[in-house]
Design a protein around this ligand. Sequence first.
Ligand code: HEC
Ligand code: HEC
Ligand code: HEC
Ligand code: HEC
Length: 147
Amino acid sequence: MRRLSLALLTSAVVMLAAARPAQAQATDPPEKLTLEACGDTRAAVEFPHKAHFEANECTTCHHSQEDLTLEAAQGGMEVETCASCHLEPEEADTPACTEKSLKKNPFHINCVSCHKDAKAEDESLSAPTKCAECHPKPESEEEEPGG
Ligand code: HEC
Ligand code: HEC
Ligand code: HEC
Ligand code: HEC
């Protein structure tokens, strides 16, 4: 019996490992994310997470978890998604991520304000600040008919 349950446990661990092939370690934060939980009036936003977490403190963005660090995440600390609080905020003054406005959507406040500051310092940076740079237009809207 003992040996059987050990074998079952081992195969469960192998299966779990195989289910997450893209990650260097099963516990590393995701390298890239597609942000799309807040609605679909605009295209989903591609977010190079790793480039950002290597250059900034985790809490710059994950403001609800003061003790979040790379080591804590690798150690198994659960990370709350932004949408879990910002999709249907409990308080009226908490910004909602369904908003179109650059001043009211928590992602726009967080992402765009840092990008604007960064570009004010160094124009050559590739930090997007325009709608279509983050929410690419469907090709049909970009191209002339027939062209
Ligand atoms: C730096 C990147 C960035 C820029 C620039 C940006 N957005 Fe967003 N926007 C996001 C992210 C990230 C979300 C959250 C996406 C999600 O989870 O669905 C979002 C969400 C939205 C949403 C709600 C979700 C939806 O698709 O219905 C709307 C509407 C929106 N943005 C419109 C705009 C408009 C209009 C502009 C320009 C004035 C703009 N955004 C500029 C990153 C950006
Ligand atoms: C520039 C902003 C930013 C920084 C800095 C950042 N993150 Fe994130 N992180 C995000 C966003 C945005 C998401 C997507 C959340 C969502 O889906 O609502 C995310 C998602 C995650 C997730 C996945 C959560 C899930 O269950 O989907 C983990 C884990 C994570 N981050 C860990 C970290 C760690 C650890 C650090 C610091 C080493 C860090 N992040 C730094 C913005 C950031
Ligand atoms: C546990 C719930 C929770 C999570 C998770 C969460 N937030 Fe928030 N957030 C709030 C609340 C509540 C407020 C309003 C009160 C405050 O500013 O703390 C807020 C405010 C904000 C603000 C507005 C600050 C200002 O100056 O007006 C931004 C920007 C923001 N959140 C971005 C994010 C991003 C990006 C993520 C994910 C990386 C995230 N939040 C995750 C609860 C959360
Ligand atoms: C604390 C500052 C900061 C925050 C917050 C931040 N970014 Fe950035 N981001 C940057 C900087 C700086 C660059 C330019 C890096 C470079 O050119 O080397 C950048 C670049 C990018 C790029 C372009 C990457 C490339 O390879 O061209 C994308 C896409 C991006 N950010 C998306 C986002 C989204 C979406 C959010 C919010 C969820 C976000 N960023 C939040 C600082 C930030």
